[in-house]
Design a protein around this ligand. Structure first.
Ligand code: SAH
Ligand code: SF4
Ligand code: F3S
Length: 453
């Protein structure tokens, strides 16, 4: 039995790709392990979005080189592969910088892994594949193995044509591509048959989805969601990540009309300043975004919103940063991600003259994160006392405990729910802790009440 260790960095799309790489390698006899020391093949599925993310890979490769050398001394062999967005962006440079690496494969060519590994075993040397092939990898992937549990990811769209001036994604993932409806429905049906209850549709620009429908005409994401909602057993649907410019009327209406579509939306704005938004090439103003948020809330008043922010974009002034804080106060987010701007090679903003000093970036990031953190705490606090439906995903850390998620994507720990994995149950939220909620099964809560009175 050959063992495969995959370490995943970056976004959910990489989580999906890692699972698919494991599916591809299963017929070759590879079984996944959680320990690199056991593995004969290690894949680092990498992220290039910020400098830190990319640099992390080289320190990990340094550690793996030691493992590989020790293995060789003992007469064994460890194959090291770099996949994902660093592989796409840096290609052969990786082989030059760390000679322990055997194989480099980009995110659009990993379906070729089996033949690359076979070639390495036969001929030795190195294997490198970073082309954007004409035929999509999705045509070559085997059926998804639902190792993921009751909540799964499904990539429906890849790549990006937006070219925000800070972002590497259009270069690492290529042009926008939407998978045809039929192949997505088939994958979702197979997942549902294996017990998956919730699917998150993934795409770098998922709401720009325009996949070919069975009649040949393209479907919107809203049409796709409504077809998926009819699949037996699928109870919850989500999608991420959306661009504000592509929040179409039919998608917003889907939040009112489709019960399975969960009331949580990740809608990154990056900055609240029109000047910065323009320099970022985001193609909308802060006001446009606020109007979109209003339309979404009119369709689904309880929707929980989240966003991404970048602080310290080149030439960002104190006034620009204040505009971001003011936008955050107006929207009131349930959750958010925020980052200090990181100059990425080859992107237009990296060449801008007025880069912001690190200490200014750090101070702005701290101020923004404390505001966002307070909003998140307030949102979670408002959930205490409410009864929310929870899909139980896995056992909690404590004996008998189950971990699940609310419709608003909050993690919840519930005593006595370990046997409910894969099921949806009503939970009364009792407490909001810093990173999760604590709740009790409603039936148990009712029983306790009866005992007390
Ligand atoms: N497609 C998504 C997200 C892409 S990357 C979107 O359109 O929003 C995820 C997040 O990383 C971005 O939303 C942005 O906030 C952040 N990010 C991207 N490039 C960055 C950079 N150069 N420096 C800092 N943060 C960055
Ligand atoms: Fe990057 Fe902008 Fe595309 Fe998102 S929309 S992936 S931030 S270029
Ligand atoms: Fe990172 Fe690539 Fe995703 S750069 S965020 S892994 S698309």
């Amino acid at each position: 039995m050959k063992k495969l260790f995959v370490k995943t960095y970056g976004c959910q799309m990489n989580v999906y790709d890692s699972a698919r790489m494991a599916d591809l390698l299963a017929p070759l006899g590879y079984v996944r392990t959680e320990v690199p020391q056991d593995a004969s093949l290690v894949i680092l599925n990498t992220c290039h979005i910020r400098e830190k993310a990319a640099e992390k890979i080289y320190s990990e490769l340094g550690r793996l080189k030691k493992l590989k050398d020790a293995r060789a001394k003992a007469g064994g062999r460890l194959t090291i592969a770099v996949a994902g967005c660093v592989a796409q962006a840096e290609g052969a440079e990786i082989l030059a910088r760390q000679n322990a690496v055997d194989l480099v494969v980009g995110p659009q060519s990993y379906h070729r892994l089996p033949e690359m590994i076979a070639r390495l075993a036969r001929e030795g040397g190195h294997a490198l594949e970073t082309n954007f092939p004409a035929q999509t990898k999705f045509d070559f992937l085997p059926e998804q193995d639902s190792g993921a549990g009751p909540a799964a990811f499904l990539t429906v769209q890849e790549g990006c044509d937006k070219f925000c001036t800070f972002c590497v994604v259009p270069y690492t993932r290529g042009n926008e591509y939407s998978r045809p409806v039929a192949s997505i429905l088939a994958e979702a049906e197979a997942l549902a048959a294996k017990g998956v209850r919730e699917i998150t549709l993934l795409g770098q620009n998922v709401n720009a989805y325009r996949g070919a429908g069975p009649e040949g005409t393209p479907w919107t994401l809203a049409c796709l969601i409504s077809a998926l909602a009819r699949i037996e057993g699928l109870q919850r649907l989500r999608y991420t990540t959306s661009h504000p410019c592509d929040m179409s009327d039919d998608l917003i209406a889907a939040h009112r009309e489709i019960a399975a579509l969960m009331p949580y939306l990740h809608l990154p704005i990056q900055s609240g300043s029109d000047r910065v938004l323009e320099a970022m090439n985001r193609q909308h103003s802060a006001d446009d975004y606020l109007r979109t948020v209003e339309r979404i809330r009119a369709a689904r008043s309880d929707i929980a919103l989240s966003s991404d922010f970048i602080v310290g974009f080149p030439d960002e002034t104190d006034a620009d940063f204040e505009a971001t804080l003011s936008l955050v106060r107006r929207v009131d987010y349930a959750q958010s991600y925020s980052f200090g701007y990181s100059a990425r090679p080859g992107t237009p903003a990296a060449a801008a003259r007025r880069q912001i000093p690190d200490d200014v970036k750090a101070a702005r990031l701290q101020a923004l994160q404390s505001l966002l953190g307070a909003q998140q705490d307030a949102f979670n606090g408002r959930c205490t006392g409410r009864i929310l439906s929870v899909l139980f995903e896995k056992p909690g850390r404590k004996q008998g405990q189950g971990m699940g998620r609310t419709p608003y994507l909050q993690p919840v720990h519930v005593e006595g729910a370990a046997s409910l994995i894969g099921e949806i149950a009503d939970v009364r939220i009792e407490a909001a802790l810093p990173n999760s909620l604590k709740g009790v099964l409603v039936s148990a809560a009712v029983r306790d009440k009866v005992l007390v009175h």
